[in-house]
Design a protein around this ligand. Structure first.
Ligand code: AMP
Length: 402
């Protein structure tokens, strides 16, 4: 049984095709520069990438290009598009409307549209992706929405409230929603299997550290806090996103620089974070190298990142009243021994006994990187959001594996 996973951005669209029997990725790809000109990178499993310039004036044309690649004589992996049983869509923001994945119908599309003010770039793209699949695969194809915010709908009011005037919060839906929910839930469940105890009996602090980063506090299977907020800007310093900042700095910038809100968004989303701090790159690999060569701005960027991870782990230890495990995942969490070490070293009094050697030898995980006597375990668990989305799509399509 074959399931397609789609992640639509404003001018790009990623896809992966899974054979659910065995969980094999058959092909994956990326449509870029949608609405500008168009570039398709298609990669059948075990083969080289094929990069083609193609006209992609709309998401529908991008989906059509991806589908053509999937059934093409030379690079295809399917005989016909009828072999696709379901499509799972990653939805950036589900607002208050979704606490689980859901089969897409008109009311689900309406709810995704209602959240557009909270995710003005991502949600319109998601709708375009869904409607493009309807146009290409037919209205009957089972489509499922998997929201990044859904897992965090259990965050209690005291943790999701911002202290602005109540009427403004209500009018504009201003509150913490939390993000990366699919990844946080997945790695916590995987960590529970690794430990060999029931997921619902354990407390976790999960650190999703990638290009975008967030940390979650999970109490007995339920998210009770996340460092990301109303948007995916809050919390940790990220590749190019600013993370926590005094709101007074924002009004001051607007006043002193006389910039538009659009320009402000550009600064906060695209020019800040590790790139802003280091002046070099948003990529931790580049920053680690530059810091090693003596670049003090790069060293400071790393120091800020590790300090913030450490600070939030401490905060969530308090919020949970202690954790069974701290879990690291995503590009930085799985691969940077340096970031993990600098975030965790010397936390023995918090019950985290970090093992330097295990950390250095960890090659992406799953792996234990705390000592055998550590009261709180530290684990590295690779995330796999696309696989979760594919499974939810299959489950909610009502079809079963033979
Ligand atoms: P993701 O968004 O999960 O794909 O993570 C991407 C980020 O992970 C990159 O921008 C890098 O900052 C980081 N990353 C990937 N590989 C490594 C590595 N070997 N060492 C340090 N950071 C890495």
């Amino acid at each position: 049984m074959i399931v397609m996973v789609i992640n639509s951005g404003s001018s790009s669209l990623k896809y992966q095709l899974f054979e659910m029997n065995g969980g094999k990725v058959l092909a994956k790809g990326l449509c870029e520069r949608i609405g500008i000109d168009g570039l398709l990178t298609h990669q059948p499993a075990g083969k080289d990438k094929i990069v083609t310039k193609l006209d992609m004036p709309s998401h529908q044309k991008a989906i059509e290009a991806a589908m053509s690649a999937l059934i093409s004589k030379e690079h295809g992996v399917l005989k016909s598009l009828n072999e696709i049983s379901a499509v799972g869509h990653r939805i950036g923001h589900g607002g208050i409307y979704f606490s689980d994945s859901v089969r897409i119908d008109d009311s689900v599309k309406d709810a995704i549209r209602r959240v557009i003010p909270l995710a003005p770039l991502h949600n319109p793209a998601a709708i375009m992706g869904i409607e493009a699949c309807e146009a290409v695969l037919g209205k009957e194809i089972a489509q499922v929405a998997v929201c990044d915010t859904a897992f965090h709908q259990s965050i209690p009011k005291k943790a999701y409230s911002y202290s602005l005037p109540l009427d403004l919060c209500e009018k504009h839906n201003i509150r913490r929603y939390g993000f990366h929910g699919t990844s946080h839930k997945y790695v916590a469940q995987q960590a529970a299997s690794f430990i060999g105890r029931p997921y619902e009996s354990l407390n976790f602090i999960t650190c999703h550290l990638g290009n975008g980063s967030s940390i979650a506090a999970i109490e007995k299977g339920k998210s009770i806090d996340n460092t990301m907020g109303m948007t995916a800007l809050e919390g940790l310093v990220m590749g190019t996103r600013c993370g926590d900042i005094d709101p007074g700095a924002i009004s001051s910038l607007l006043r002193e620089e006389q910039i538009s809100v659009e320009r402000l968004d550009e600064i906060l989303y695209k020019e800040s974070g590790l790139l802003g701090l280091s002046g070099i790159s948003p990529d931790v690999r580049d920053i680690e190298l530059a810091a090693k060569q003596g670049n003090t701005n790069a060293q400071n960027a790393l120091d800020v990142l590790c300090y913030q991870i450490r600070k939030y782990i401490g905060a969530y230890m308090a919020a949970l009243g202690g954790a069974d495990a701290v879990v690291f995942t995503a590009g930085i969490g799985e691969n940077s021994a340096l970031v993990r070490a600098n975030a965790l070293r010397g936390l023995n009094r918090l019950g985290i006994e970090f093992d330097e050697e295990r950390n250095n030898n960890c090659k992406g995980g799953p792996a234990l990187i705390s000592t055998d006597t550590s009261p709180t375990l530290v684990l590295v668990i690779p995330t796999n959001e696309e696989w979760v989305i594919a499974n939810d799509a299959l489950r909610l399509s009502g079809q079963k594996l033979q």
